[in-house]
Write a protein that binds this ligand. Structure first.
Ligand code: G3H
Ligand code: 13P
Ligand code: ZN
Length: 309
């Protein structure tokens, strides 16, 4: 199998009423855990790399690990730049073998977002790379940028046709109330499905992306808290809401925080139970298995893409 762009994967996901998981990767154990989970469920897979991940692990190291994942798993995998901050970063990723990029112009005025996104699309399409754009702004933390609740904004459905037509993007991330990180809702979780429905009506058959879509699974928050952590009031998007979105126009669901919580929770527990351990393989292998189980759970119970790979 191969590294592929997202075109065919999204077409099938749209028609099939399911979504593909886009999981953030930062090191070998994270990649292996995710890929093993997808492999066991025979699921299509997007591995996404943020600017922070490239800085942390180095583009070439991540790319080689992902190539190894394709070779050993027999899966088609999309390697995607998450939250591309500028044209140069997108270009570097495209030139360096990524099959999909996001250009995140969501903080820019509408016309500037179009202009920047269009520039990336022209460069990317020339090389067979697909592009995700974004309209609307999520709250939460991504890389070094923190967006407060007040500075966040829902996507305006009346803008989506013009944006998609003028930019030529292959998919569109929208803001309907999800947010980045582990503290998503102060009160009751609420997503604006009316906005998603209106976007779907205006953009028939067009793949929509949900960022900030971790469910912040209580099992791992409790584990972190039990073993010395402090994550009070952590709260994520309920799984039934994500399932509903996946059955609609949402074809890509971004998950990072749930992986971080599982990885960290298991390592905290490991050290509490084995204070004498100091071989990284002992605790990293447990963390890797937790990621595999997490990804299998998402694929089967949230995304619905098991058996579609
Ligand atoms: O949306 C952001 C992702 O969770 C990636 O996070 O930028 O800290 O790597 P990061
Ligand atoms: P979470 O923080 O909800 O996992 O969102 C991840 C994300 O949107 C990556 O782009
Ligand atoms: Zn995101």
């Amino acid at each position: 199998m191969a590294l592929v762009n997202s075109k065919e994967m999204f077409r099938k996901a749209y028609e099939g009423g399911y979504a593909i998981g886009a999981f953030n990767v930062n090191n070998m154990e994270i990649i292996q855990g995710i890929v093993e989970g997808a492999q066991e469920e025979k699921a299509p897979l997007i591995l996404q790399v943020s600017a922070g991940a490239r800085k942390y692990a180095n583009h070439t190291y991540l790319m080689k690990l992902i190539e190894a994942a394709v070779e050993t798993s027999g899966l088609d995998i999309v390697v995607h730049l998450d939250h591309g901050p500028d044209f140069e970063t997108c270009k570097n990723c495209i030139d360096g073998g990524f099959t999909s990029v996001m250009i995140d112009g969501s903080h820019l005025p509408f016309e500037e977002n179009i202009k920047l996104t269009r520039r990336v699309v022209e460069y990317a399409h020339d090389k067979g790379v697909t592009v995700e754009g974004e309209l609307g702004r999520l709250a939460g933390v991504e890389d070094d940028i923190k967006v407060s609740q007040e500075d966040s904004s829902y996507t305006r459905p009346e803008e989506v046709e013009e944006f998609v037509t003028k930019t030529g993007v292959d998919s569109l991330a929208i803001a309907i109330g999800t947010s980045h990180g582990a503290f998503k809702f102060k009160g009751e979780p609420k997503l604006r499905f009316d906005i998603l429905e209106e976007v779907e009506r205006r953009l028939p058959q067009f793949p929509i992306v949900l960022h900030g879509a971790s469910s912040v699974i209580p099992e791992y928050v409790d584990m972190i808290n039990k073993y010395g952590g402090k994550m009070d009031n952590a709260r994520g998007v309920p799984e039934e809401m994500l399932r509903k979105a996946a059955s609609m126009a949402v074809c890509k669901i971004n998950i990072d925080s749930d992986l971080r919580l599982a990885f960290t929770g298991v390592i905290r527990k490991h050290f509490a139970e084995h204070p004498d351990h100091f071989d990284p393989r002992q605790y990293l292998s447990e963390a890797r298995t937790a990621l595999k189980d997490m990804v299998r759970h998402k694929i089967v119970h949230v995304l619905g893409c098991n058996g579609k790979g």
